[in-house]
Design a protein around this ligand. Sequence first.
Ligand code: NAP
Length: 248
Amino acid sequence: MNKGQNLTRRVALVTGANKGIGFEVARQLAQRGMTVFLGARDAARGGAAAKALAAGDLDVRPLILDLARPETMQVAAEAIDGEFQRLDILVNNAGVNDPEDGSPGTVDLDAVRRVFETNFFGTVLVTQIMLPLIRKSASGRIVNVSSGLGSLSSMSAAEGISSDFAQLLGYSSSKAALNMFTIHLARELKGTGILVNAAAPGFTATDMNNFRGHQTVEEGARVPVQLALLPNDGPTGGYFDKNGPKTL
Ligand SMILES: NC(=O)c1ccc[n+]([C@@H]2O[C@H](COP(=O)([O-])OP(=O)(O)OC[C@H]3O[C@@H](n4cnc5c(N)ncnc54)[C@H](OP(=O)(O)O)[C@@H]3O)[C@@H](O)[C@H]2O)c1
C-alpha cells in the first residue's frame, strides 16, 4: 500500500519528536499503522529523525513546528488540513528545562519565563491551533506530556521527590500549570469525544537529564502512547504514570 493512500489511517502529531521520548512515541504510533507527523523545531533534525523511522517503512512525515514560533504551528495545521482535513491524536511532548532554572528564593525569573514559554504557553497555543482539526476527528485524543514534578500532591508530600529537578521552580510549576490546562480543556471538551489527559513518563534517560534517567525511552513512551490509544469510553482530565491514575 502506498503511504497516505488509506484515508482511514489514524493521523497523529507528536511535538518535539526528533529525539528522546517524543521520537519513541512517534515510532510506536507509526508501528501501529498510523500516519505520524513528527514535529521538530529544526528542519534538519526533524528530517533526519523522520527519515530514520520511515526507513523502517513507517509512515512518518517531518513537520517544522517550533513552540516559540506561532507561524510554524499555523503552517503545520494547514499542511495537516490540506492532506487529511483532521487530526486524531496530538501528543504535546516538546518540553525544556533551563540551565538557569533554580530554587524559588533565588531563581532568575527570566529562566522561569523561558521554561513556561515552551512547556506551558507554547503547548497551549499549539493545542488551540490544532483543535479545529482535532474536533473533526471521530475520536480525538490529546496527550500532554507532563512530569511527576508537576504533581502538587507528590511535591508537597513529606518525603517530596528526590531529584535535582525537584528544586527547579520553573520546570515543576510549568508542568503543574500544564496539568491544570489538561483539567480545564478536558472539561471544556466533554461530550465531543475528545479525551484529554496528562502523562508522567517517569525518569527517562534523554538529553534533558544528560541520560541520567533510569528508564529507557521505550519505557518513558509507554504512558503517553497508552493515553494516545485510549478507547472511546476512556478517561479524560486525568493524570497517569506507569502505575495508572495519579493524584494531581
Ligand atoms: N526525560 C525525563 O526523565 C522526563 C521525565 C518527565 C517528563 N519529561 C518530559 O518529556 C518530554 C520529552 O522530554 P525528553 O526527556 O524526551 O527530552 P529531550 O530529549 O530533550 O527532547 C525534548 C524535545 O523537545 C523539543 N523542543 C524543545 N523546545 C522546543 C520548541 N520550542 N519547539 C518545539 N520543540 C521543542 C526538542 O527539540 P530540539 O532537539 O530542537 O531541542 C526535543 O525534540 C518533555 O516535555 C519533558 O519535560 C521527561
